[in-house]
Design a protein around this ligand. Structure first.
Ligand SMILES: [Cu+2]
Length: 345
């Protein structure tokens, strides 16, 4: 059965560790578990011992009058304080590793919808759930190279991305890879990022960890970590889903087409020259001065700038010149535009 994957050994409490971070998380977890167990034994054991030791033995057995003990009170406050601060600092360090996105990562786009995942690679290759040779439905399987950081840029989309049904709205999901001990909410209307580096080849479960409706429990995917050479061959090879075949245009080429087709070209140059709007050249990654302060140009900023240009106005430009593209471009279109802008170094 699918949940009994070869990587999940039945002898451990937790799913098999697939990353270095997973080992770090498990060490903290073990520390918390063991230190809690020790405190539990000391506290409850001490309590039971005192119950017996100081049991009233006769009717005129009187307890001595005790007020307080400064040394004892200080110690039982200060020692736990030190332990808590130690756990806090340790946890903070691991969390920092988890959230600090590596610069040179392989980027994969993740789309979440009711109730499936869709993975899109830079070259336009798309992976969705597909039938295998035995005509059994295989969940969307993201293939990644072992030993290389992978950064996921995730968005939530409508069930029918090109439809106009107002009741079809993207909802909250959460991308969870138990073996990697990482999880990230995918919030509608913005990009969320997550990274991991698979240690060893294998097949790992992906679950949606945020109740997102009737099909939530069936919303799963797989990550297949393979040797780098095998990954390159897979990426260059034929697309796996029928939908992907239709999407022969690499993302960047699609973005370039949209740039021309949606009038961006009339206001934004790609060579650094200033037109009605700022040039796209060197835009990604730089720090932009806006009326809301300085911002780092990342995927979320670009997305917002296209959908709702007046949210932040670039310094030196009057507001209201760029038309908002909300409702006119799909998540796929915006993604392609962003990938196009990223290439304009
Ligand atoms: Cu979900």
């Amino acid at each position: 059965m699918w949940w009994l994957l070869p990587t999940a050994s039945a002898s451990t409490f937790m799913p098999a560790q697939g990353t270095k971070i997973a080992a770090e998380v498990d060490t903290i977890y073990a520390f918390l578990l063991i230190s809690s167990l020790i405190s539990f034994v000391l506290l409850i054991g001490g309590m039971c011992y005192f119950v017996v030791k100081y049991k009233r033995k006769s009717a005129n057995d009187k307890t001595e009058y005790i007020t307080h003990n400064h040394t004892l009170e200080f110690l039982w406050s200060f020692i736990p304080f030190l332990i808590f601060m130690f756990v806090f600092a340790w946890g903070w360090m691991v969390y920092h590793d988890m959230r600090k996105m590596p610069e040179d990562a392989l980027e994969v786009h993740v789309f979440a919808k009711k109730w499936d995942w869709r993975f899109v690679y830079k070259n336009g290759k798309e992976v969705t759930a597909a039938l295998d040779e035995n005509m059994k439905l295989q969940p969307s399987t993201m293939v990644v190279p072992v030993g290389r950081p992978v950064k996921l840029i995730m968005a939530s989309e409508k069930v029918n991305p090109s439809g106009n049904d107002p009741t079809d709205r993207p909802v909250l999901h959460s991308f969870f890879i138990p073996s990697f001990r990482v999880k990230q909410d995918v919030v509608p209307g913005r990009y969320a990022a997550l990274w991991f580096e698979a240690d060893k080849a294998g097949l790992y479960n992906v679950f949606c960890a945020e109740y997102c409706g009737g099909g939530h429990s069936a919303m799963r995917g797989l990550i297949r970590a393979v040797a780098p050479a095998e990954f390159e061959a897979w990426l260059a090879g034929e697309a796996v889903s029928t939908e992907a075949v239709a999407q022969v245009n690499p993302l960047v080429a699609k973005g370039k087409t949209l740039y021309a087709a949606n009038a961006c070209i009339g206001c934004h140059s790609v060579d650094g020259s200033k037109m009605t709007g700022p040039s796209f050249k060197g835009l990604f990654g730089k720090t932009e001065q806006t009326d809301k302060g300085s911002v780092k140009v990342d995927e979320n900023y670009l997305r917002e700038s296209v959908l709702n240009p007046n949210a932040k106005i670039v310094a030196g430009y009057p507001p209201g010149q760029m038309p908002p593209y909300a409702g006119q471009l799909s998540e796929d279109d915006i993604l392609a535009l962003i990938e196009f802008i990223k290439t304009l170094k």
